[in-house]
Ligand binder design. Sequence first.
Ligand SMILES: *[C@@H]1O[C@H](CO)[C@@H](O)[C@H](O)[C@H]1NC(C)=O
Ligand SMILES: *[C@@H]1O[C@H](CO)[C@@H](O)[C@H](O)[C@H]1NC(C)=O
Length: 535
Amino acid sequence: MENFPLFLICFFTLLTLPKPTRATLPGTWELLASNAGIASMHTAVTRFNTVILLDRTHTGPSRKLLPKNHCRFDKNDAVLKRDCYAHSILFDPKTNQLRPLKILTDTWCSSGQFLPNGTLLQTGGDLDGLKKIRKFNPCDLNGSCDWEELNDVELSEGRWYATNQILPDGSIIIIGGRGSNTVEFYPKRENGIVSFPFLSETEDTQMDNLYPYVHLLPNGKLFVFANTKSVMYDFVENRVVKVYPELDGGPRNYPSAGSSVMLALGGEFSEAVVVVCGGAQYGAFLERNVDTPAHGSCGRIMATGENPVWEMEDMPFQRIMGDMVILPNGDVLIINGAMKGTQGFELGSDPCLNPVLYRPDEPAGLRFMVLNPGTVARMYHSTANLLPDGRVLLAGSNPHVFYRFDVEFPTELRLEAFSPEYLDSDKMNIRPEIVDIPETVSYGAGFDVVVSVALPVVGIIEVNLGSAPFATHSFSQGQRLVKLGVGSAVPDGGDGRWRIRCTAPPSGMVAPPGYYMVFAVNQGVPSVARWIHVS
Ligand SMILES: *[C@@H]1O[C@H](CO)[C@@H](O)[C@H](O)[C@H]1NC(C)=O
Ligand SMILES: *[C@@H]1O[C@H](CO)[C@@H](O)[C@H](O)[C@H]1NC(C)=O
């Protein structure tokens, strides 16, 4: 090194210095794969820490071939009657390896949710997929798991742009869809399809009621939001039990979607707060106006309150097609999307490259923090999912009917991860590692989690359960974070080990049965998650 020419050292230093804007804002970006083979329209993380990426079938050639002798034949496919391209991928974010999966019928704008046993139930789509029910029993990347289509049972009604939500008993409700203002269940119930007039009331000339935002409240009812309206829905009695005030600022669901989350549940589990952020202006879709500024407003409501009202806040950026991801500590990451236009092919512009952190416990006005901008436009048909290691996986973006690479917003095959500030290297000495945890817990049961932390623990280590949602079209179906009741961390035999007494969620209303990522969170810094089965 002594003999290394000085100018080369300077040159090298210049090359490696981050751009000032990127260095000054929290969070870091990394490229995980330069060619995932497909643009993921629907993304879900499995309990094997693999990720299911899913596009639609009639996009023509993707950038990944199916294994030999696995081509798909579809005489009705307008593009490829013999299709040897993968339209679904299994991805391992630890090794960044991937494997093509074979999906049979069209999954365009479909919906999904994990069953209590960890199998993904995936429903609907377009054309031959409209009434299809599919399963995916996940595995690690070495396994041979693949899509299975059910041939003995199908949906009672076609479901294109529907929202699915797992219920306290482990069944799944499937709500709405284009031309389907009804709900139905899996497993099928006696009454088959049930009319849900709220969806007709919220349908306008440009739709705006598709992919409704659905949150299972801890009282066992559903919060359903469509267009500008929302209700508390008793799906057992098929009855609207509460009508919330209208949210100002225009439509919020497809084709005008912002995003929505139910904030982390905790304490006595008697309250739930819902937040809806961003969206397109009414008319942008009808007029195909690419330059109409998106909404910058968020509404926040105590959904379990007696007479709740929307509290309004403005985001630092207007945003259409943003994704809201609940982080393990309860903060919400708002990421992806554009600042102008609407959902639909070729209808968005001005990508919003800055993620924003929403810190729900701060007072109004201080909740938003602008984060380090990315470089990849994630427009229509892109997704964001929390990974078990605390990073957030960004996939997809394809605002075109087919795969196109010669345009301003190309079909996006790159996979990236965004690491929130809690993964910065100066926080690693307070990052807990879970060293012991049961594999299963029953509702209301006490159990211990043992963690190891480099620095002595001060205060409470939270133990939080994150669901694995089905992310598509800027909304993560079934996303929830449940903060367990915990005791103080007590030293456990030295070596920086701490034992935390936890109480499992009280019921399926708080946490529907299934697999959850368990995060130990120390001063806002989450461990790598371990999966636990709750039933
Ligand atoms: C989970 O349950 C469904 C039926 O509800 C079944 O089809 C599937 O095979 C099960 N998965 C596993 C991994 O046993
Ligand atoms: C998959 O197989 C490879 C090679 O046999 C092995 O090194 C790796 O640990 C396996 N991965 C998992 C997740 O089992």
